[in-house]
Ligand binder design. Structure first.
Ligand code: PLP
Length: 799
């Protein structure tokens, strides 16, 4: 959009007064943020309304991304950038004596997701809007986002994230679009005499779902998509007799809290209620909108909408869409089923068994009696149809209902036309191993969509120093087409460019060093090698491998404090699920190791360990640009894709990583010589599983370094971790080290040594960094979302 500095200043000052009855000189940061966000909302609102109108009129197919999590972070700068007014606003504010970066801090992170899965959903929202694709989000407006993490005495402490206290300036509450979602009670079917069974309900618990629309503003175009988030409320016409305290609490609870588990399924009733709540509300709204705007009959709906099931949490979409078509729209089962399969598509995000959702039949039956009938019928009909075709063994292994449980992934695969994994290796594993039996039955449904990241946020917004260097080296086209970064390759031998890349990195590191000093009171040297591991704390991600290597360095420095070596800063950020005691023990250990090392005068600047609390999107935007090395060290086969690996690459960090998830594609794109690969391959891991021949205790007993490091966790070398250290020690010796940490340790050390040696040659290092940046174009989620649009949803971009 067009905006002059003068116009902006006028709008801003006027809004400050009209909104807060205050003049600029007296306004605090909160008020300035409130006025600014309100002005920005005003700027995009007419574009949004026009695009909604266009979507209704043009009759083009739209897709809906159902996700129980989104993790957008802050929206202010993203909205400014995408509207094309970031520089104008920055300048206008500066004229008024206001620092944009400072008031941007007033916006709380929108953290209604745990980690990678939610962040991917938000990257997709940004990319869809920015590529002009009509993709809308559908989720839950949690009153409390992911807990805030404090580190107290080395331990993780969880505090509520009450992010809505000052309101949410971006959203629009649309009460007129509210729908009802019902739970429990009894249902029976009555023949209407025309071959149709009409369900009758009794004693149902009614909940009102109220949508809050948050605009997803496209980058320098006219597309504004919608992320619809549902809030649960008490229906206004509910008899007061039913409004007892328990009901009121239950209703409020539905959209109150985000479950803080990442890669872990938690079979609680409230979670199942949340899943049905946003699924039912979202589908109802889609159908209402269809009826209101389309002339076509409901049986043509698959020409106009696609519904995407992001992981299994929205898998009830399959059964709920069937219910709506059959019960509300009176469509026959066969037709309804064909429509449903055409409309639905599904992404699998993990093969970790603890994350695979299975709900007890009894629970589904009592909470969702009609859906239960439909699921049983889907399963029954499919079994009858397939038995003669594929045989009992395959049918049984792929049944939706078995052993008293409803398998949500099975429901999603069977009820949709597309199942995709999120990186090549992961998609192959699905076909060859984890979902092999489904692949045998439905080979044409399986495909890969390698994840990506919203590069505008992770580069243009997060890393201005680098963005400037890129502009001045290869021009500005990379800002709208990340593939353009490839042009950077021809500057690989250009000393001036390498110099400037180094300077930009240094500037980012100084900024992070400042933050570390402010937050943790640790002074780090920005010329040191910044080695970063930021992601959820999970055993499979193997933060422990990193920690063990740090202990090795510590021992070496203690033994020979004056030797010449590369100074290193190891930076961690990670939240552990509150009930995941093992992960919390690792956090405690990292913090105690940090305390031990950072306060040892023998160690000095040679090694620092920093745990930054409350890792979230905003913190990631400061940490990742400053990294020299990104740690992507999960056990091969466990990390479906990873996306922080892509953020690091784009910001010129070198990856040390296993051949897991999208790491493989990153190494291939950047060149294996521009990263550091180590560890077991996926096949080697599966061989160990097949032969059951891994014995971690042997390694502990035979490898003196491993022995010494593990002992440090239990012999007081690392103070204050007697219980936590013991738990870790036992998991790696007595309980046979589930994620092969000890097995991969030696090779990890080798890779770390190679990395350190490379860092000593700053020119070679910076050339490798350049090659990473130059080849990051493939990992833009603009590319990913276009693949979904073309191959799965069949939606077209607005021209
Ligand atoms: C990108 C991102 C993640 C995902 O990180 P992985 O290393 O891919 O697991 C998690 N949390 C936040 C805040 C992120 O920005």
């Amino acid at each position: 959009m067009k905006l002059s500095t003068e116009q902006f200043k006028h709008d801003f000052e006027e809004r400050l007064t009209s909104k807060f009855a205050i003049e600029l000189a007296k306004a605090g940061a909160q008020e300035k943020y409130g006025a600014l966000s309100s002005v920005v909302k005003n700027y995009y609102s007419s574009i949004w309304a026009a695009d909604n109108h266009y979507k209704d009129e043009s009759n083009k197919k739209q897709a809906y991304y159902f996700s129980i999590e989104f993790l957008p972070g802050k929206m202010l700068k993203s909205n400014l950038l995408n509207l094309g007014i970031l520089d104008t606003v920055r300048e206008g504010l500066s004229d008024l004596g206001i620092d944009l970066d400072e008031i941007a801090l007033e916006e709380p992170d929108m953290a209604i997701g745990n980690g990678g899965l939610g962040r991917l959903a938000s990257c997709f929202m940004d990319s869809a809007a920015s590529t002009g694709l009509p993709l809308n989000g559908n989720g839950i407006r949690y009153r409390y986002g992911l807990f805030k993490q404090k580190i107290v005495d080395g331990f993780q402490v969880e505090l509520p994230d009450s992010w809505l206290d000052n309101g949410n300036p971006w959203e629009v509450r649309r009460y007129d679009k509210a729908v009802e979602v019902c739970f429990g009670g009894e249902v029976w079917l009555e023949d209407d005499g025309e071959g149709h069974f009409i369900p009758h309900y009794q004693n149902q618990e009614r909940v009102l779902a109220v949508p809050y629309d948050t605009p997803m503003v496209g980058f320098e175009n006219t597309t504004v998509n919608n992320m619809c988030l549902w809030r649960s409320e008490v229906p206004k016409d509910l008899d007061l007799r039913f409004q007892n305290l328990e009901y009121m609490n239950q209703t409020a609870m539905l959209s109150s809290e985000l479950y803080p588990n990442d890669s872990d399924y938690n079979g609680q009733l409230l979670r199942l209620k949340q899943e049905y709540f946003f699924v039912s509300a979202g589908l109802q709204r889609i159908l209402h909108h269809y009826k209101a705007t389309k002339q076509a009959p409901i049986t043509h709906i698959s020409d106009f909408i696609s519904v995407h099931i992001n992981d299994t949490h929205p898998a009830l979409c399959v059964a709920e869409f069937m219910r709506l078509l059959i019960d509300e729209y009176r469509i026959t089962w066969e037709r309804a089923w064909n429509i449903t399969v055409k409309v639905m598509s599904y992404t699998n995000h993990t093969i970790l068994s603890e994350a695979l959702e299975k709900w007890p039949e009894e629970m589904v039956k009592s909470l969702l009696p009609r859906l239960y009938q439909i699921i049983i019928e889907i399963d029954r009909r499919r079994t009858a149809e397939l038995l003669p075709k594929v045989g009992a063994k395959l049918v049984h292994s792929t049944r939706i209902v078995k052993d008293g449980q409803i398998h949500m992934a099975h429901l999603a695969i069977i009820g949709s036309h597309s199942t995709n994994g999120v990186a090549k290796l992961h998609s192959d594993l699905l076909k060859d191993v984890e979902l092999h039996d489904f692949y045998l039955i439905y080979p044409e449904r399986f495909n890969n969509k390698t994840n990506g990241i919203a590069d505008r946020r992770w580069s243009q917004i997060a890393n201005e120093p680098l963005s400037k260097v890129l502009d001045e080296t290869i021009g500005k086209k990379w800002r709208s087409d990340l593939k353009e970064l490839k042009l950077l390759e021809s500057y690989k031998e250009d000393d001036a460019t390498l110099q400037r890349l180094q300077e930009a990195k240094y500037e980012d590191k100084v900024k992070l060093a400042k933050l570390i000093e402010e937050r943790n009171g640790i002074v780090v040297n920005p010329t040191a090698l910044f080695d970063v591991q930021v992601k959820r704390l999970h055993a499979y991600k193997r933060q422990l491998l990193n920690v063990f290597h740090i202990m090795k360095l510590y021992f070496e420095i203690k033994e020979n404090p004056t030797a010449d070596r590369t100074a290193r800063v190891h930076i961690f950020g990670a939240k552990a699920a509150p009930g995941y005691h093992y992960a919390k023990a690792i956090i405690k250990c990292i913090n105690e190791i940090a305390r031990l090392i950072n306060n040892d005068p023998d160690i000095g600047d040679q090694l620092k360990v920093v745990f930054l609390e409350n890792y979230n999107v905003s913190l990631a935007e400061v940490i990742i640009p400053a990294a020299n090395v990104g740690e992507q060290i999960s056990l091969a086969s466990k990390e479906a894709s990873g996306t922080s690996n892509m953020k690091f690459m784009l910001n010129g960090a070198l990856t040390i990583g296993t051949l897991d998830g999208a790491n493989i594609e990153i190494f291939e794109a950047a060149g294996y010589e521009n990263g550091f690969v180590f560890g077991l391959t996926k096949d080697e891991v599966y061989d160990y599983y097949k032969n059951s021949n891994y014995n971690s205790r042997d390694i502990y007993e035979q490898n003196p370094l491993v022995h010494r490091i593990l002992d440090a966790f239990v012999d007081g070398t690392i103070p204050n971790i007697s219980a936590e250290g013991q738990q870790i020690f036992d998991s790696l010796t007595t309980y046979n080290d589930e994620y092969f940490v000890l097995r991969d340790f030696n090779d990890y050390v080798r890779a770390q040594e190679a990395l350190e040696k490379c860092y000593q040659d700053q020119k070679a290092w910076t050339q490798a960094a350049l090659m990473n940046i130059a080849n990051a174009g493939h990992f833009s989620s603009d590319r990913t979302i276009r693949e979904y649009a073309d191959d799965i949803w069949h939606i077209k971009a607005k021209k």
